[in-house]
Design a binder for this molecule. Structure first.
Ligand SMILES: Nc1nc2c(ncn2[C@@H]2O[C@H](COP(=O)(O)OP(=O)(O)OP(=O)(O)O)[C@@H](O)[C@H]2O)c(=O)[nH]1
Length: 313
């Protein structure tokens, strides 16, 4: 039964990654089979496919250096034999230790950061739904007071997931919304407080100040709460998403990443770049627009699904 469920999950992951696989692994496979020798050209072509596949320049170099070392150590001669070693290297470079989801089981405050349109509000709604399904009491803070529609949209998700919404009026101080939400979460003995924040990156200094102010309030008013800061990124933007992750990492103590719109994108390789280059765990991936379309991310399962052959799923 558990196996069956796992199988279902895995084959959905495999089909969701079809475009990314076509973009990266198909190219790699033609190199593994097209070359008769492992030489500089072979590595150069692999490098090109990996960089074009959004694995990130630094991550690509690190993965290939590791592959070269393993090929030497193990006296590998056949290009085709490099496939399994490459999979091993990618997994090793993506290793960020065990990913913790402690906030799901503790009294916690989750800050959600991300630029407009990446799917931040949708992700909060999905996460609220997931926690509500575990019978958790959830409060949502509409601290993205910069955009009127954000509050409205969050209200819909609050209704859908039956979470309580503490709303900010357009233009009100986000920190005061957070203050009210913390008071409400404590008064109602909520399990998780999810804060929707505006992430305007064009002014890093202001953003940093705004985040600092909100964090100070939470530290002061709710010191016992477990803290989580998740950055939401749109996978379809590829290298832009990687840059956003770097920028947010400069201004906040990020504990995890949510990669949205992984369904149907060819740029899923960005998950490799984020974990390998930044060492920040991708905690969830968004695989659609409905409340059930948020999955925990498992790097090994992701790489296996990416390299899965048709007859293996
Ligand atoms: N296919 C797909 N679409 C998604 C996913 N997550 C979000 N979306 C869609 O992306 C669009 C933008 O999502 P929002 O949640 O409004 O984005 P946001 O980051 O909150 O935007 P602001 O509220 O403007 O900051 C919506 O149409 C969502 O339905 C996903 O995982 N897959």
């Amino acid at each position: 039964m558990a196996e069956e469920k796992k199988g279902g999950f895995f084959s959905r992951l495999v089909s969701g990654l079809t475009k990314t696989r076509d973009n990266i692994v198909s190219g790699m496979d033609s190199i593994f089979h097209g070359f008769t020798h492992i030489d500089d050209d072979f590595y150069e072509e692999l490098e090109e496919v990996m960089i074009m596949g959004d694995l990130g320049v630094q991550a690509t170099y690190d993965i290939l250096d590791d592959l070269k070392e393993k090929v030497k150590e193990r006296h590998i001669k056949e290009p085709a034999d490099c496939r399994e070693i490459l999979i091993e290297s990618i997994k090793e470079q993506m290793d960020v230790g065990e990913t913790a989801y402690e906030f799901e089981d503790k009294t916690s405050v989750v800050m959600m950061i991300g630029v407009n349109g990446v799917g931040k509000t949708t992700t909060i709604g999905k996460l609220a739904g997931k926690l509500r399904a575990q019978n958790k009491k959830v409060v949502l803070a509409a601290a993205d007071t910069f955009r009127a529609a954000a509050g409205e949209q969050l209200k819909e998700w609050a209704n859908r997931s039956q979470a309580e919404l503490i709303g900010g009026q357009e233009g009100s101080d986000p920190a005061s919304v957070v203050f009210d939400a913390v008071a409400a979460a404590k008064a109602r003995h909520a399990d998780v407080l999810l804060c929707d924040t505006a992430g305007r990156l064009h002014n890093k200094k202001n953003l940093m100040e705004e985040l600092r102010k909100m964090n100070r309030i939470i530290d002061r008013e709710f010191p016992e709460a477990y803290r989580e800061t998740l950055v939401v990124l749109d996978a379809t933007t590829g290298q832009n998403a990687l840059q956003q992750a770097k920028d947010f990492n400069d201004v906040a103590d990020i504990t995890g990443i949510v990669l949205t719109k992984m369904d149907g994108t060819a740029k899923g390789g960005i998950a490799v770049a984020i974990q390998a280059e930044l060492g920040i765990p991708v905690k969830y991936i968004g695989v659609g627009e409905t409340i059930d379309d948020l999955q925990k991310f498992d790097a090994d399962a992701f790489v296996n699904a990416l390299f899965a052959k048709e007859d293996e799923n």
